[in-house]
Write a protein that binds this ligand. Structure first.
Ligand code: SF4
Length: 391
């Protein structure tokens, strides 16, 4: 189940961090009477009764007048792209403020920067209207109990469509081989989130998962599987090792289908063939992480791109690759010929769809790591894509 992203907005020192800490029951954000204590957005994963798995996002005050204020404000506004629900924190000192059922219905005069934030993000303040581009807005008056706020959020939260990562690719009783390299790039002692999610989902759907590393693939194939799901990094190798009749896909493609707009991503991958030396490609990561020397977005995909298109060491004849991590997704995309987005395993579907929208508005094709790798390795037509079948 995807985590519900709840973002807390409000002017400096309105009590956002105190509220987030109170919900979590621990000090997640540093609280102080000094205005502007929260700088970058702070995230905390938490399980909330009646809401399930959530990510609370504490943001910097929007009326920050310090030197760093505009940058903090930019980062705070970017959070609107990933939030499923916005909580506006207001305190009694903030002037005339009314509320109807705790949810701003548009007839409410709201203090200072909050309306401009909503205007800028094109959020209609209608509680029942929840879609990709519209998020419900809930208000919290300082002094109210946390339970009152949570109840208001429960009422306002959009109905979440439960989407299976494996979509229409499996049915109960299917045997599914999961190929998961446990090399230097794999985190020590654990599986990465998409692998855990797919494994759990297959069990829930009554399938019979068989997990293996690429080295044990031949033994796993003796089970005569109905589907093979692989890490994209060994796509080509796995494709070469299994019969052409065996359906094949990747964890990254499953995530792309569940979180993004798979048709747009597949069309974006087709644009790879139109790239020419000197073109700029943006690799967009939804989180910040310390990159490995074999990082898929920073090392492997750029190497595949250069290998496909460039036969010269001269930089002007090479594909230019820029990286944007976390909230640093550029406002101006006009310099790019293609955007390749990560699987967004820890980000909301809303964030990915907002970025797709921005890319399309700028006329820039956008695709995803797994689909791009399949295209770069010439096997896009062979892979299974939930909702689309074999491309
Ligand atoms: S959010 Fe994106 S960059 Fe971060 S770990 Fe997940 S797939 Fe990788």
């Amino acid at each position: 189940m995807e985590r519900l992203h709840i973002a807390f907005f409000g002017p400096v020192n309105s009590g956002k961090s105190t509220l987030v800490n109170a919900i979590c029951g621990q000090e997640v954000s540093l609280v102080s009477p000094i205005p502007g204590t929260t700088t970058d957005p702070v995230r905390k994963a938490v399980e909330i009764p009646g809401l399930g798995p959530c990510v609370l996002i504490d943001t910097a005050g929007l009326d920050d007048v310090s030197v760093l204020g505009p940058e903090r404000e930019r980062r705070t506004r970017a959070i609107l792209d990933e939030a499923d629900i916005a909580v506006m924190v207001v305190s009694p000192e903030m002037g005339q403020y009314h509320q109807k059922g705790g949810i701003n219905d548009g007839s409410v005069p709201v203090f200072g920067t909050v309306p401009s934030l909503i205007e800028a993000a094109d959020i209609p303040v209608i509680p029942s209207e929840a879609s990709v581009s519209h998020i419900p807005v809930v208000t919290y008056h300082r002094g109210e109990s946390v339970e009152e706020l949570l109840e208001r959020i429960r009422q306002a939260v959009p109905t979440r469509e439960e989407r299976f990562l494996t979509g229409n690719l499996v049915k109960p009783g299917d045997k599914v081989v999961l190929v998961m390299p446990q090399d230097s790039e794999a985190p020590k002692g654990r599986l990465i989130l998409p692998q855990v999610q797919v494994l759990r989902e297959l069990l829930d759907r009554g399938c019979i998962p068989v997990c293996c590393t690429p080295e044990r693939l031949q033994q796993a194939m003796e089970t005569n599987p109905d589907l093979v799901i692989t890490d994209s990094q060994v796509f080509k190798q796995v494709n070469a090792a299994i019969p052409a009749s065996c359906p094949l896909t990747s964890f990254s493609i499953l995530l792309a289908a569940a979180k993004g707009d798979i048709k747009t991503f597949v069309e974006g991958a087709r644009a790879i063939n139109s790239l020419k030396p000197g073109d700029r490609v943006l690799i967009a990561e939804a989180c910040t992480h310390v990159p490995d020397t074999e990082d898929i977005g920073r090392v492997k995909i750029p190497a595949l791109l250069r290998r496909k298109f460039c036969h010269s060491e001269r930089s002007e004849e090479s594909i230019q690759v820029d990286i944007a991590a976390g909230n640093d997704f550029p406002e101006d995309l006009s310099a790019y010929s293609l955007i390749i987005h990560c699987g967004a395993c820890v980000a909301s579907a809303r964030l990915v769809r907002a970025r797709i929208k921005k890319a399309l508005r700028a006329g820039v094709p956008i695709t995803n790591y797994g689909i791009a790798i399949a295209a770069l390795q010439g096997i896009l037509d062979r892979v299974e894509i939930p909702g689309l079948g074999r491309e």
